[in-house]
Design a binder for this molecule. Structure first.
Ligand code: GLU
Length: 464
């Protein structure tokens, strides 16, 4: 356990780091830190059709924003570099040839037409669609000769009989009948490895001790296990985490939930709140607490205590937790975090004054813009006759008022409301709308004080 090495191996095929990846990254990070080990990022960019050039940089930026600092990775290097699979092609070639040599893999020359026909006929006969081993029996010398001139792929030679068994740290022993495992392509016709070959070679060469990833990879694992055995390598520990779900229990998807980390950042979620929330998905603190820091999680975490029930990712719960985190920031820290969400040049003094007032009300940092609105971009709204009458009376009272302070303003306003027998809510709403143009916002009398007597009265008069 003193040499624990974990990794995440995102594929740069989407916009950014997926929240599902953040969730697996969290557990990998926690597990490595718990054992004073290393946490690695490897970019799995072998799917050239789905490759998105800008995404790797976004993934790494998101990890940094989250505070999941990695010890080795494509941009910082490390003892097992390179950490980008597209830069490791000769390594995969070398190992694939070793497998061929040992009869654990074979060249396949089947055309896409033949494979398509095979798929169709298996589909019609309601059989599992998998390769039929057509090229398996080609003698090696002949296959080698053909491979030098004909397009080909390299396939894994899965034993026809028997079982492949591996142990999962969360789920215990998992069995697969070899008969249902496809002779997986290992090297594609473009010379790139498939995920299956590359992941095994890299996890081995990078000395990854624990492969912690989503349960959607369970069905791939027996193929990996067969590869480890074919190479004569010791298996890493496997742990497959239950996948995050939408509130309707379907697999977390773009259509029902925002999935990219950048969305959460842009909306003003705090990284520590997002990580805390993801930490509660399949695991709980021994004392049942829902709110905990990363270091507390490292301290208390036990991989064996991960639950296999489907974790529901609920944006509302995350927002609630985010609000709790916002409330705990010091005013200084809050103001500094808010700055990144505001247009350049926004008055810092104003931010500092408004931040503590907005703090108890915000669920996300971007909500601050709404509270700031009346102070920087006032838009008057038309008032009803009744609201105008109320405003007129407030003007008369406030004109004489000194000092222009929250307490005095509130006292004066309340006195007037009683005197006139108005409904407090209605009267204050009229006043609020006259001075802010909004129905909801920061506490009314603090707002009036901050606006200043001149500006507040000017707005009230304009409202008439
Ligand atoms: N490249 C895979 C992914 O996109 C990695 C899966 C694994 O962790 O083995 O998630």
């Amino acid at each position: 356990m003193d040499r624990v090495r974990t990794r995440i191996a995102p594929s740069p095929t989407g916009d950014d780091l997926h929240v599902g990846n953040v969730y697996t990254a969290l557990f990998n990070y926690i597990w490595s830190k718990k054992h004073k080990g290393k946490f690695i990022v490897r970019i799995e960019d072998t799917d050239r059709l789905r490759f998105v050039p800008q995404t790797e940089a976004r993934i790494l930026a998101s990890l940094r924003w989250l505070g999941l600092a990695y010890d080795e990775g494509p941009d910082i290097g490390g003892a097992y570099a390179p950490y980008r699979q597209s830069e490791r092609l000769p390594i995969y070639q070398k190992y694939a040839l070793k497998l061929i040599e040992a009869g654990r893999a074979y060249y396949c020359f089947c055309s896409s037409e033949r494979l398509e026909k095979l798929r169709k006929s298996q589909h019609e006969r309601k059989l599992p669609t998998m390769y039929d081993g057509h090229c398996k029996e080609i003698p090696l010398a002949e296959a080698r000769r053909r491979a030098s001139v004909e397009p080909n792929v390299i396939r894994l030679n899965v034993p026809e009989k028997g079982e492949t068994i591996f142990s999962d740290m969360i789920r215990g022993k998992i069995h697969f009948q070899n008969a249902v495992l496809d002779d997986q392509v290992l090297i594609k016709s473009d010379g790139y490895p498939t995920y299956h070959l590359a992941v095994v070679i890299d996890d081995y060469l990078m000395q990854v001790t624990h492969v912690i990833r989503g349960e959607d990879w369970i069905s791939s694992t027996p193929k990996h296990v067969i590869l480890y055995w074919a190479f004569g390598w010791t298996l890493p520990y496997f742990a497959h985490l239950p996948l995050l779900r939408n509130p309707d229990k379907s697999k977390l998807s773009k259509r029902k939930n925002p999935v990219w980390t950048s969305w959460y950042r842009e909306q003003g979620y705090l990284p520590e709140a997002l990580l805390n929330y993801l930490g509660t998905m399949t695991w709980s603190m021994p004392d049942g607490r829902d709110k905990f820091s990363l270091s507390e999680m490292i301290e208390a975490f036990d991989i064996k205590k991960i639950k296999t029930t489907a974790p529901i990712f609920d944006l509302e719960k995350l927002s609630w937790l985010n609000g709790q985190y916002i409330r705990e920031l010091s005013t200084k820290e809050l103001a500094s975090r808010l700055t990144t969400y505001l247009p350049k040049g926004t008055d810092t003094k104003l931010i500092n004054k408004l931040a503590p007032l907005a703090q108890p009300r915000m669920k996300t940092l971007t909500e601050f813009t709404h509270y700031l609105g009346p102070f920087v971009a006032f838009k008057p709204v038309p008032l009803s006759t009744q609201e105008k009458n109320i405003t007129r009376e407030f003007i008369a009272e406030f004109e004489l008022l000194l000092p222009w302070k929250t307490q005095q303003l509130e006292l004066t306003a309340k006195k007037l409301v009683t005197q006139k027998n108005w409904k407090l809510r209605e009267a204050f709403m009229a006043l609020r709308q006259a001075v802010t143009g909004e129905k909801i916002g920061l506490p009314l009398f603090e707002t009036l004080e901050l606006l200043g007597k001149k500006e507040a009265l000017l707005r009230m008069r304009q409202a008439l």
